[in-house]
Design a protein around this ligand. Structure first.
Ligand code: BGP
Length: 463
């Protein structure tokens, strides 16, 4: 067999999930915002399926990790739930069963030659910290996050060599404070901007704590990059709009994480509009001095932007949308189930952007994937889902990534979303992403055609 795209030696072929989306709530001592929301308003969630059982990873992690090994994965990201590990949020004191569980998961990964990548926040703020302090609006919560992180590093830092502080922090800003897709569905641009700052600060403080403990490993952050493309690259106003969107949704985390500072143009606009965050000099110093070792990029879709055509209504308060409108490009390729554009070329653009503008920092694709509804349509006589569309999707994306690597971008791995079909926020089990399918009723897990495919890719380090 000819391997056209041979990836760099030691390349990560893996997959990612998160605690709240896979574990189930078994023995969890606190509720996060999604647990709480589901208990109050189950009808918000597709078919009223909540996070209570998810894919049962809490009970079946051994079998699950065995299956990951069987499909050739050499690395795996999940998250440590703040609401499972920590008994007392104020002191950071851990819970015994939380320690036992994550200890066993990490050891089991290592036993199976799977590199564990542990993330500390995946949209799962403890609801108690929202009620008491306003969650990420509060600098006290930033301190509590640092304590949680410190506890996790102390307990598992001897075996976990790759840490991430946050997964997609901008989604917290968008979901909770702008576009109403996370609890508590607030619309408040000024608060959103403060939260954006506080999340950056929380990440930097966790990194500071990691360095203080002097552990032998690396720490990074996972960002969902949705590069912006202007409707008309010749139109100055479209280009400006697209640049603003890039600065607000991508660079507001990317720049502080890699370079220790926020994009200047963005700060100027927020200042002029009187919505800039409150920050002390000392906090800016912490951000400046605690940048990441590596970057994880979740890539699903690009953003297409144009100048505002419908005037922005100032009376409803500040929103980033003041400076751009989303543009529905005619003829764009869509994933109809998720409603996201498919644009694999972006993998190359991201690679080159990191190489040229972000010091060619070591990075990996930490999520990429295709959520499809009704996959049981594709089951063959042997009971296996033939998800050729997913294989094609990955191949196309990997080909563009490969081009970026060939031009010198420092990418060391590719993680799909997700190894085993898992629960997704409000969409619950509507769209499936896994290499391994999950029968919700029986919890039976079966390797899909794409699972066999990735095994070959991993073995050959390419395709
Ligand atoms: C990312 C999240 C994941 C996952 C994935 C798929 O944004 O980090 O948690 O859910 O998207 O998206 P969805 O589940 O919304 O279809």
């Amino acid at each position: 067999m000819i391997i056209k795209n041979k990836f760099p030696k030691g390349f990560w072929w893996g997959s990612a999930t998160s605690g709240p989306q896979s574990e189930g709530r078994f023995n969890k001592i606190h509720d996060n915002v999604f647990d709480y929301w589901f208990d109050r308003e189950p009808e918000i969630f597709f078919n009223k399926v909540g996070p209570n059982i998810a894919s049962n990873f809490y009970n079946s992690y051994k079998e699950d990790l065995n299956m990951l090994k069987e499909i050739g994965l050499n690395s795996f990201r999940t998250s440590i739930q703040w609401t499972r590990l920590i008994k007392d949020f104020e002191t950071g004191e851990p819970d015994e069963d939380g320690i036992r569980f994550y200890d066993e998961v990490i050891d089991e990964c290592i036993k199976n030659n799977i590199i564990p990548v542990m993330n500390l926040h995946h949209f799962d703020l403890p609801v108690e910290l929202y009620d008491k302090y306003g969650g990420w609006e509060s600098k006290h919560v930033v301190e509590l996050f640092k304590k949680f992180a410190g506890t996790a590093f102390r307990l598992f830092g001897d075996r976990v060599k790759y840490w991430a502080t946050f997964n997609e922090p901008i989604v917290v800003v968008e979901g909770q404070y702008l576009y109403k897709f996370h609890y508590p569905q607030i619309v408040d641009g000024k608060k959103a901007v403060q939260v954006l700052f506080n999340l950056n600060l929380a990440s930097a403080k966790a990194i500071e704590e990691y360095r203080r403990q002097d552990l032998d490993g690396k720490i990074g952050i996972i960002l969902n990059l949705t590069p912006s493309y202007p409707r008309d690259p010749e139109n100055k106003e479209d280009v400006e709009a697209s640049k603003f969107a890039d600065n607000f949704f991508n660079n507001s985390f990317l720049n502080p994480a890699v370079k220790g500072e926020f994009p200047k143009e963005l700060v100027e606009i927020l200042e002029k509009d009187k919505v800039l965050w409150e920050a002390t000099e000392k906090e800016m110093e912490i951000i400046k001095n605690n940048t990441i070792d590596f970057l994880g990029v979740n890539y699903y879709q690009p953003r297409r932007a144009k100048m505002r055509e419908i005037p922005f209504n100032n009376e409803e308060g500040w929103m980033p949308d003041k400076y751009f409108e989303n543009y529905e490009m005619p003829g764009r390729r869509m994933n109809p189930y998720r409603g996201w554009e498919i644009y694999p070329e972006c993998m190359y653009d991201i690679s080159i952007n990191i190489k040229e503008n972000y010091n060619n920092i070591p990075w990996f694709i930490s999520e990429n994937g295709m959520g499809v509804e009704g996959e049981e349509r594709y089951v063959n006589e042997e009971g296996i889902i033939e998800d050729d569309y997913r294989i094609e999707f990955f191949k196309e994306h990997l080909e563009y990534l490969y081009e970026g690597i060939k031009e010198g971008s420092n990418c060391f791995g590719f993680h799909s979303w997700t190894p085993i079909d898992c629960w997704s926020w409000c969409n619950a089990y509507k769209n499936r992403y896994g290499f391994i399918s999950l029968d919700l009723e029986t919890q039976k897990k079966t390797i899909k055609k794409s699972g066999k495919w990735i095994c070959e890719v991993s073995k050959n380090n390419g395709f």
